[in-house]
Design a protein around this ligand. Structure first.
Ligand code: UTP
Length: 295
């Protein structure tokens, strides 16, 4: 292992409006929608925790206070569970609770884009590299979480890391696609990124899926960056600027990502995570099969 600075902090931007999930997200953050029996945001925090992240920075907005409540103690609930002898549930809640001081919250105030949301975390991150996890995306991985796999690569390469999914070339036009060259160690060094390339123009079949390890210099770039596509401050624009000075590597991790910001991704994630649960899979599989035959 090299002496790259340890990644201790993760930024989780949760200030988006979630318009694709209205009316569900009118009063409830989309990050609190559940995949089986835990909120999307819990899955993402678990992934970061498994990678050794010690501090979770949530960039929130209005209507998002329930996320803060979720990561706090619920004293009355715990007392009731204790009275009723529900020790298993109590232990589970205790296990999921971040330690005091391990979470921070800041508000984006108005949703000016992902780049702006990340910039809002600058003081809380400080001058150290950090993980960025978009809570829209959850990853089902067999052994190591996606972020753990990224950390392993980071420990070899340093610089900045972007996790990517391999997709068929014809599907790249809906995503951000990386352009890369393999270096002499077999690492995929990124030298460009294209948002939603027109058919036949994608520089590779590797798409950006929502997990990053970034150096703090990204904040200096975001500080003065003007709005880009959709009149929003785009993270991709800032990463392209940083790429002129620092190395970026693509991490093709083992696992499967689900874009829970879309209805199909959310529904598929629910099915995939339920089918991976020993306590639910047999009954759920039977119900699914019955449904598919009937419909
Ligand atoms: P999306 O554009 O997918 O999320 O942003 P959204 O705006 O919530 O969803 P729709 O399109 O209206 O349904 C990707 C991630 O960036 C965060 C979102 O919360 C999400 O995790 N984000 C986006 C912010 O925190 N602030 C922003 O201004 C924009």
């Amino acid at each position: 292992m090299s002496d790259n600075k340890k990644i201790r902090k993760a930024v989780l931007p949760v200030a988006g409006l979630g318009t694709r999930f209205l009316p569900a997200t009118k009063a409830m953050p989309k990050e609190m929608l559940t995949i089986v029996d835990r909120p999307i945001i819990q899955h993402v925090v678990d992934e970061a925790k498994a990678a050794g992240i010690e501090h979770f920075i949530f960039v929130t907005g209005r209507n998002k206070t329930v996320i803060e409540d979720h990561f706090d103690k619920q004293v009355e609930l715990e007392a009731t569970l204790r009275d009723r002898g529900k020790t298993e549930q109590l232990a589970m809640l205790d296990d999921l609770l971040p330690e005091a001081g391990q979470t921070s919250y800041t508000r984006q105030q108005s949703p000016q884009g992902l780049g702006h949301a990340v910039w809002c975390a600058r003081d809380l991150v400080g001058n150290e590299p950090f993980a960025l996890l978009l809570p829209d995306v959850i990853v089902q991985a067999a052994d190591q979480s996606c972020m753990e796999q990224m950390m392993e690569l980071y420990n070899e390469t340093g610089g900045n890391i972007i996790a990517v999914d391999e997709v068929p070339l014809e599907k790249t036009s809906s995503y951000g696609v990386v352009k890369y060259e393999e270096d002499d160690k077999g690492h995929k060094k990124i030298d460009g990124m294209v948002e939603k390339p027109a058919a036949g123009t994608a520089p590779s079949n590797l798409i950006i899926m929502g997990r990053y390890i970034l150096q703090p210099e990204i904040f200096d770039i975001l500080e003065t960056q003007s709005a880009g596509a959709g009149n929003e401050i785009q993270l991709t624009d800032a990463m392209l600027a940083l790429m002129e000075r620092q190395d970026f590597y693509a991490c093709v991790y083992e696992g499967r990502s689900f874009d829970c910001g879309s209805k199909i991704g959310f529904l598929t994630a629910n099915a995939a995570f339920a089918l991976a649960r020993e306590d639910l899979a047999p009954a759920f599989r039977a119900e699914l099969q019955r449904l598919i035959e009937e419909v």
